[in-house]
Ligand binder design. Structure first.
Ligand code: NDP
Length: 412
């Protein structure tokens, strides 16, 4: 039974805190802090109504390290769960180091002035976390997060080596709005408008954003256009699955979404370069994010399903008598219903598919199922741990998965 401090009060945090409260045997004492305390209070109220559990709330600017350290010392959690924005990763890691507490997040650090999506800044904390005897678990959402766990499960149970990997992220949900993003608009648009990068023969290959499009027939959703783009788990997968010859990430977008995004980009509204407006500097993308629908407001109207998974091709594990399995391809995925997610936690499936793995990753750390070699601390990615206990919890806590053998490698 542990005390946990969650930072951030958006859609992902809301799901994670609800799920923690539903598992009071693991998360006995839940504390929630964010920049706007009223958002924490409304999550706490919903949690109380749905589960009967209390959540203590606080106001915090997570970029103020001394204030974060004070809050951690006051709450005395065993783990700080960072569900604010990627910009806050490093200050929160600094505060965890100073206070000697484990850390977890769902997205890698990004400097505000460049959309880079790299692990290098956080990996550089490894020795300091090791010395302090605490651990940081990076990227415990769905993608990154579950997609890496899916890959490592295939590598443990089906494939000796993985030659080719494709991550397919489909959101078949319809929220009835002309244009809206399903998680933080600023981070989402930075990600989508960045050049695409995929891993091929030992290096990243860069191509223009949204230039490669393929139609794929997703179970429970139907045919959708998906676009190749860069996603941060490609970096950790390339590091921890070194035999990979090719790894790519695909995300679906409707034509209407692409049309709006193209226009906004063409007129400069997605830029992160500050411009002078009425005597003060504003960042066009931040202004755009302020006028777009809030992701947490979409839950009530969103219908349809998400289908996110991994297709991996490689050399199959040997049979029970040592017989060679040859090359095989497996598809492992989860299908999540927006309306079911909303009924359970008051949030749509994109927040749900991120918040549940954040809860599960927290359970892995708090229960000691995942820890560094010889119990030592450090900064770790999802690929470095046994996938089995995490996969069991996915089945038990609302994100059941399915694995199927395909006839052969993907043809796109
Ligand atoms: P939201 O924008 O809905 O919520 C972010 C929250 O962080 C808000 O409550 C915001 O406060 C708070 N916040 C921002 N800055 C600070 C600060 N300086 N100090 C304290 N709190 C702050 O985002 P989401 O819930 O959609 O996403 C949360 C995280 O999850 C993001 O990092 C996102 O990239 C990640 N994510 C990961 C996915 C995965 O699969 N791995 C998928 C989807 C999202 P305020 O309300 O005052 O603005």
């Amino acid at each position: 039974m542990s005390t946990v401090l969650v930072i951030g009060a958006g859609g992902v945090s809301s799901v994670c805190v609800h799920k923690m409260a539903m598992n009071a045997d693991i998360f006995a004492d839940i504390h929630l802090a964010s920049r706007t305390k009223s958002k924490c209070d409304s999550i706490a109220q919903s949690v109380k109504e749905r589960t009967g559990q209390n959540v203590a709330t606080y106001e915090i600017d997570a970029e103020e390290v001394p204030a974060m350290v004070n809050l951690i010392r006051k709450v005395q959690p065993s783990l700080v769960v960072n569900l604010a924005l990627p910009y806050q990763d490093l200050p929160i890691m600094d505060a965890c180091l100073e206070a000697g507490v484990h850390y977890l997040d769902t997205a890698n650090y990004e400097p505000k002035d460049e959309a880079r999506f790299e692990y290098k800044w956080q990996w550089a904390y490894h020795d300091r976390f090791k010395q302090a005897g605490i651990m940081a678990l990076l990227g415990s959402g769905f993608d990154p997060g579950v997609t890496s766990v899916f890959t490592m499960w295939l590598k443990k149970h089906k494939l000796k080596t993985i030659r080719q990997l494709d991550i397919l992220d489909c959101n078949g949900g319809d929220h009835g709005q002309h244009f809206a993003t399903n998680f933080n608009p600023e981070i989402n648009i930075r990600e989508i408008t960045a050049p695409a990068r995929h891993w091929e023969n030992g290096a990243f290959v860069e191509t223009p954003a949204l230039a490669k499009k393929v139609e794929f027939d997703f179970e429970a959703v139907g045919p959708k256009n998906m676009y190749m783009m860069y996603h941060e788990e490609l970096e950790s997968l390339a590091r921890f699955v070194p035999e990979l010859e090719r790894a790519r990430f695909w995300m679906t977008f409707g034509d209407q979404y692409i049309t709006h995004l193209t226009v906004l980009q063409n007129v400069g509204m997605t830029s992160i370069e500050p411009v002078k407006y009425q005597g003060r500097e504003i960042v066009p993308l931040q202004f755009l994010a302020a006028v777009l629908p809030k992701p947490e407001s979409l839950g009530e109207t969103t219908k349809g399903k998400t289908n996110i998974g991994v297709i991996a091709t490689g050399e199959a594990l040997d049979g029970p008598n040592g017989e060679k399995g040859g090359e095989k391809t497996f598809y492992i995925n989860n299908i999540c219903d927006h309306e079911d997610a909303y009924a359970e936690t008051g949030n749509q499936a994109v927040s749900y598919t991120t918040g549940v793995p954040a809860m599960i990753g927290s359970a892995m750390v708090l229960q000691g199922a995942w820890k560094g070699p010889n119990g030592q601390g450090g900064v770790f990615n999802m690929e470095e741990f046994d996938p089995d206990p995490f996969m069991e919890m996915l089945n038990a806590h609302g994100l059941p998965w399915n694995v199927a053998e395909l006839e052969g490698p993907v043809g796109f």
